[in-house]
Design a protein around this ligand. Structure first.
Ligand code: NDP
Length: 326
């Protein structure tokens, strides 16, 4: 028997809670992993609360992330004892996920954990941090360098935002952090933000073009905030858009694209190709200040995960939440 969070469908909607689950024997190409740490991301909160249709089949063990040790392998490149990390691939949505003592899945989905990153640090980073790295990689792939000017990060207190601020600062960028909690700005300054912007400045109706302020952006929020950011990106700037914490819609115009040559780069971590994942994890191991990462982390026990999930949807989580499993 394996302890896990289980989401089940009922006539009224869904229930989520601790349960004992069993797994089929490990199939060809699959690996069984003893999960050491998991984490909570915004998407896990949507799954656990049922606020959005993240879970595609029931019953489901949620958790889009885990780190752990291979217990049994029928995959040619993985052997018992290997340290691995999992992000996405529909895990926690269509395939049983990381909020459990054990995970069993295709070995191709696992990334070997780079040396120097502990199993706990891997989950302090989690999908949020790995996505922040994908955003930085996208900005740089489109030609941004620190010399081009300040980068703005939205949803800065959250998981993606916190790691993005720390990564950009470590790369030498000036970072402006947009937050709905400006009273907690000291946390963001300690991560490396040089300018703090109250989110309220960016929630009104966006003009087609505003004053040119930033060379680029990492946006975890969407909605009016992203529309306002786009209107204030400098000539030939780049925006990496990964989130919807502020809304799914994008009330903008083509003006930033056709008059300022702005690039809107979409970021998806779930189906991101393996080579890019490995590059992102190696760069996280190299570039992320692990002492700063530690300031972002709080721990929640597996039995408290369901009660914690609504805090994401209320915008009350700061930084990253890790869940000790083993
Ligand atoms: P968090 O909840 O940790 O962070 C989201 C942050 O957004 C909050 O901390 C808050 O920051 C801000 N925020 C919350 N509510 C609102 C609102 N109503 N309007 C504007 N801003 C708001 O979530 P994560 O960091 O885990 O994820 C952030 C987003 O990125 C989510 O939408 C998530 O689904 C998405 N995501 C997408 C991925 C992809 O592959 N594309 C991968 C990972 C995440 P503050 O208080 O500082 O304003």
């Amino acid at each position: 028997m394996t302890r896990a969070i289980l989401i089940e469908k009922t006539e009224e909607g869904q229930t989520a809670g601790l349960a004992d689950v069993t797994f089929a024997p490990v199939a060809e190409g699959e690996v069984a992993v003893d999960v050491a740490w998991s984490t909570l991301n915004y998407k896990d909160a949507l799954a656990l609360t049922g606020a959005a249709p993240v879970v595609r089949s029931f019953p489901m063990v949620p958790g889009v992330d885990f780190s752990g040790i291979v217990r049994e392998s029928r995959h040619p490149e993985l052997k018992p004892g290997d340290r691995v990390v999992l992000n996405g691939w529909g895990v926690g949505e269509t395939h049983w996920g990381g909020l459990a003592e054990r995970a069993q899945l295709r070995g191709d989905w696992l990334v070997p954990l780079p040396g120097g990153v502990s199993l706990r640090q891997a989950m302090a980073i989690g999908t949020a941090g790995y996505t922040a790295m994908l955003c930085v990689m996208a900005l740089e792939a489109h030609g941004l360098t620190p010399a081009r000017g300040e980068i703005v990060v939205t949803g800065a207190m959250g998981g993606v935002g916190s790691v993005a601020v720390a990564l950009l600062a470590a790369r030498g960028y000036d970072v402006a952090a947009v937050t709905g909690r400006p009273a907690e700005a000291d946390y963001l300054r300690a991560l490396g933000a040089t300018t703090i912007i109250d989110r309220a400045e960016l929630t009104g109706k966006a003009r087609p073009l505003g004053k040119e302020r930033w060379a680029g952006a990492i946006d975890a929020v969407g909605g009016a905030v992203l529309a306002n950011v786009l209107s204030m990106i400098r000539y030939r700037g780049v925006v990496a858009a990964c989130g919807l914490a502020g809304g799914m819609e994008l009330p903008t115009s083509v003006a930033p694209f056709i008059l300022r040559g702005v690039t809107l780069a979409g970021i998806d971590s779930v189906m991101c190709p393996r080579t890019e994942r490995i590059e992102a994890w190696n760069r996280l191991a190299r570039d992320l200040d692990m002492a700063k990462l530690e300031t972002m982390v709080s721990e929640v026990a597996l039995e408290d995960v369901v009660a914690t999930a609504p805090e994401f949807l209320e915008g009350r989580v700061r930084g990253r939440i890790v869940v000790p499993i083993a």
